[in-house]
Design a protein around this ligand. Structure first.
Ligand code: F6R
Length: 240
């Protein structure tokens, strides 16, 4: 694992945006795996700036990691909405090339299968960006998830519901289930960038990098991937 420690959130965002820019320039038809949450917001802001200065996104394809079950794409806390607000509406990605699981699909199992097949049809993910949960989750693969899982419906852990309640009016409004790419889906990406910022992530980052490879810490599986870059600020790296 290649580990890049930077000073703070802004430098983490700049570093990851630079790596994405390099990927897009090297291969304008790249398939990118995208994350939501607080961590990548700075990266998306910088990508929008790159686009304003001429970077072309029109030949890229994107797949998001996950979506809450039960939230419509126009629900302000849905990941569909988040992506439209923060990236898709601000760069020239073609809407038909952007993919987020449909949390309202009547048959969720079929939706998971459809999503997994779409990724395969696109040729697989070239570069996947990931955040990390305080419990070590990646995507919404909570502790205990089988490393062999592909895109699936997950029950969110109590700690994830608590962590994510900051985005909702009350904890009761946080969905309890999500569709998430599986660990196997993520591990099939050719390259992975894991980002983390802030002291609340320090234990999870330590366990991911130095702990045993175990489903108890889903991010620890990344130790087995041949091409992972961890971009982490000093607070999140404080226990490394
Ligand atoms: C988001 C995702 C999650 C987040 C993680 C960290 O698509 O898959 O794994 O990356 O929960 O969230 P933040 O960045 O809000 O701390």
């Amino acid at each position: 694992m290649n580990i890049v420690v930077v000073a703070n959130y802004d430098s983490m965002s700049a570093e990851v945006a630079k790596l994405l820019y390099a990927q897009i320039t090297r291969k304008p038809t790249s398939v990118l795996g995208l994350a939501t949450g607080s961590t990548p917001l700075g990266v998306y802001k910088l990508l929008v700036e790159y686009h304003a200065r001429g970077t072309d996104f029109s030949r890229l394809t994107t797949f998001n990691l996950d979506e809450y079950v039960g939230l419509a794409p126009d629900h302000p806390q849905s990941y569909n909405y988040y992506m439209k607000e923060n990236l898709f509406s601000k760069v020239n990605l073609k809407p038909e090339n952007t993919h987020v699981p449909n949390g309202l699909a009547p048959d969720l199992e079929a939706e998971c299968q459809r999503y997994e097949e779409l990724i395969k049809k696109a040729g697989g993910i070239d570069l996947q960006i990931l955040g990390i949960g305080t419990n070590g989750h990646i995507g919404f693969n909570e502790p205990g998830t089988d490393f062999g899982a592909i895109t699936h419906v997950v029950d969110l852990a109590e700690s994830t519901i608590r962590d994510n309640s900051r985005f909702f009016a009350s904890i009761d409004e946080v969905p309890t289930r999500a569709i998430s790419m599986g660990i196997k889906t993520i591990m099939q990406a050719k390259e992975i960038i894991l980002m983390a910022s802030g002291g609340s992530k320090a234990d999870a980052v330590y366990a991911a990098v130095h702990g045993p490879v175990t489903p108890d810490v889903p991010a620890s599986v990344l130790q087995l991937h041949p091409s992972v870059t961890l971009v982490v600020d000093q607070a999140a790296a404080s226990k490394l």
